[in-house]
Write a protein that binds this ligand. Sequence first.
Ligand SMILES: [Zn+2]
Length: 215
Amino acid sequence: MDNISFNGTLRFLQNQIGLPCACCGRTVLSEKELEALAKKIVPKKGRELANFLTPYTDYFDNPIKREPLDKLIACASDERFANEGLKGLALRFNIFYENTPLNILRRLFDSILYSADHIVPRSEGGLNRQANYLPMHRACNSDRFSDSYEILAQKKPNFVENIHKALREIYRRIVVDKSGKPKYKINLDESYIENAADPLRQQGINVNMDFIKRI
Ligand SMILES: [Zn+2]
């Protein structure tokens, strides 16, 4: 049944690994992924750290949002700091206040972490219900402002395609879960897909169930 609260929905979606963002289509980082990333980063120093972090700049469209990460990578690439790790570099350049690797990364990646977008905004009577949520980067979610999905589809060329991509991946995980091979644990009911079609239609988006359910 579609009766789980916003926080409940957020909690179980937060643990999903690599769901596509319904807005930009790129992977959304969950806290769990971030934790795994922090563990990999801790032993790395200097240029090795810079090389490891560089691919993550691809997550950011906006140079302003990417700035702290670029700054850290530039510091890590500097030969004078060849022996500095993430924590040392961050503190040395006073980039962040919180000094555990996880907190530093959380600050760095804040705008690409997970959020649940209300398909029908709460200001328009949208409910805190599973079927009214789609996974979206925090940055993409906040860039939406008060635009309807119909407007977003005009502004962003792949928007409708990306919504389908996100729904298809969620559906796939629900089905995988039911087949007894819970590679990804997802607590969503299959009805989520059907129920989400309503708020999407209200926002001017018609979903193609054949595409979503074609495994
Ligand atoms: Zn996004």
